[in-house]
Design a protein around this ligand. Sequence first.
Ligand code: SF4
Ligand code: SF4
Ligand code: SF4
Ligand code: SF4
Ligand code: FES
Length: 369
Amino acid sequence: METLTLTIDNKEIKARRGDTILKAAQDAGIYIPALCDDPDLEPTGGCRLCMVQIDGVSGYPPSCMMTVGENMVVRTTTPEIHQMRCDALQLVFRQHPRACIECWRRERCGPDDICLRNVQVTDRCVNCPRNYRCELQKAADYIGLKQMTLPYSYRSEPLITNNPFYFRDLNKCVHCTRCERVCREVRGVMAIDTAGCEFGGILGPAGRKPVVDENCISCGACVSKCPVGALHLKDDDRPEREVRTICTYCGVGCGVKLGVTGNRIVSVWPDKENDVNRGYLCVKGHFAIKDMVQHGQRLTSPLVRRGERFVAAGWDEALALVASRLERYTGEELGVISSSKCTNEDNYVAQKFARAVLGTNNVDQCARL
Ligand code: SF4
Ligand code: SF4
Ligand code: SF4
Ligand code: SF4
Ligand code: FES
């Protein structure tokens, strides 16, 4: 891929031909506020926060729509840009709760503190599941918008709770359409429709039926893409730390980021850096890992039958018992059933063990069921 050289905010950087200016800036560690863009989705240029100035180009093009050029000179922080970003944000905050941006106690309050302000319960920053993890909040902080001049009007939309895995809070939707685009462009499902929504953003099938009543496969991609607290997981807390690991539900081995507090998993998000899944999970990986791992009846050691009961045993004891029982049979009397939840490597070892050690070709695995 051809590499180009350009300058952003007086910093010379390299970028691949075809990259947008926004992507080139992000790759070079330069932050440009951007609410509607996502590297996986076709850009729409809707939010107008990512606008820049380019030498020799008139106007203020959105950097998510402009591709890089050789020797291009880009500015992201001029006074004109700052003013236009403030104006664009003000429009967003006309119908978006703003306590988490304006409140002077924000730095002091934690997630469990009681709000001292006289604002509606739904508007309090401590009540927003994305507080401190929100792209709008980050953009407003970066731009430095602290006080709004336009009045706020609450949409009074009821919280939609009919999806088993996530809430939809239309009061916080910023109309970025990322949810609709990821569902259509990446998942190919088209369970989200923007038509018929009086606010022009999200949302779900006509008539506001539960999304799962349509063709939704509950992959959670729309939730992962939502930049604000409009789509949020029902079972998700802000964690003390994050652990990158692998989903164990099947042999695909998708990367997940587990949010951990103490020794409990409190959140599960897809890992964008993992080349296997690149930020996407299926319904099991996104919504079932936490319950499965922390379920009280989960087996955490081998069980050996003693009389009518199964009792916990060590691996040495369990393997010795299995080996002694296998010795009673030979060749075609034996069969080995492996699991689609194992990795390819584990399944390879299982069939090798069956053929080379046990001497049987009776090998199968549960995916055929
Ligand atoms: S979605 Fe973001 S900006 Fe809106 S209330 Fe929540 S944290 Fe604040
Ligand atoms: S969960 Fe997946 S399939 Fe369902 S609406 Fe969201 S993106 Fe579409
Ligand atoms: S629900 Fe979220 S992702 Fe969908 S349009 Fe609204 S803000 Fe964007
Ligand atoms: S169960 Fe789903 S999320 Fe987990 S590894 Fe398989 S495909 Fe990926
Ligand atoms: S991110 Fe470029 S216009 Fe929204």
